[in-house]
Design a binder for this molecule. Structure first.
Ligand SMILES: [Ca+2]
Ligand SMILES: [Ca+2]
Ligand SMILES: [Ca+2]
Length: 228
């Protein structure tokens, strides 16, 4: 019993330390095609960094190749209370791309809604980043060499926003797995322009700066918390 109490205290301490640690980050590489299309030659990378004091940085990075681009959006999840309360401020970018109607340079159109955005054949997500996908304007697309970074804050009063709030599974729909993030890629090089598919992270590869594999533990702890 004492051992169990000690464990709970240790876990509580760990939880507190990690959820307030300003140095934590998570890196997700999307390279797993789950909609039965051709696998893109390139990949996408999302990096979440905890800036502390309820501020989270999200960097969206395209390592796609050739004609490949983010076509119908890049999706994320967040803890329910934060969904409608998030604010996004662009802090950096590279390359050239436009928002979804092709009118604003080097920006994404960002939409929020509880489980409002459905990936093809799979789950529903809470946040959608959408870029221009005009077939006649390839230079406007979010493709090879493009990146954009946002500072995210939340108006939700009952919880401090941190990166663990984004380690949320998509709402199940269909049978092709549950993911933390997914994106629709068009112009897949393998079969030429015009072919598209959905990619996600095969096994969520997460880490805390400093090399500790804590996020899977945090997810497990949340499950335990919920089941208590
Ligand atoms: Ca571009
Ligand atoms: Ca959700
Ligand atoms: Ca939180």
């Amino acid at each position: 019993m004492i051992g169990r109490i000690a464990t709970v205290i240790a876990i509580a301490g760990l939880w507190g330390a990690v959820s307030t640690n300003a140095l934590a980050s998570i890196e997700w590489t999307l390279n797993y095609e789950f909609s039965q299309a051709a696998t893109p030659l390139g990949t996408l990378k999302a990096t979440l960094t905890d800036l502390g004091s309820g501020q989270v940085e999200l960097k969206l990075e395209s390592n796609l190749q050739g004609t490949e681009f983010v076509q119908n959006g890049w999706y994320f999840n967040v803890a329910n209370g934060h969904v409608g309360e998030l604010n996004f401020e662009r802090t950096a970018y590279s390359g050239t791309f436009y928002n979804d109607d092709g009118t604003i340079l080097n920006q994404a159109t960002i939409s929020k809604g509880l489980n409002a955005f459905k990936a093809d054949g799979d789950g529903s997500y809470d946040i959608m980043f959408k870029f221009d996908n005009d077939n006649n304007q390839p230079n406007k697309r979010f493709g090879a060499g493009d990146s954009v970074t946002y500072k995210i804050t939340s108006g939700y009063a009952l919880d401090v926003l941190d990166i663990s709030d984004f380690v949320q599974e998509s709402e199940p729909k269909g049978d092709r797995g549950i993911f933390y993030t997914a994106a629709h890629v068009g112009g897949i090089v393998d079969t030429g322009d015009g072919t598209s598919g959905w990619i996600a992270v095969p096994e969520p590869s997460t880490y805390i700066a400093g090399g500790l594999l804590l996020i899977p533990l945090l997810v497990q702890l949340r499950r335990w918390k919920r089941s208590v």
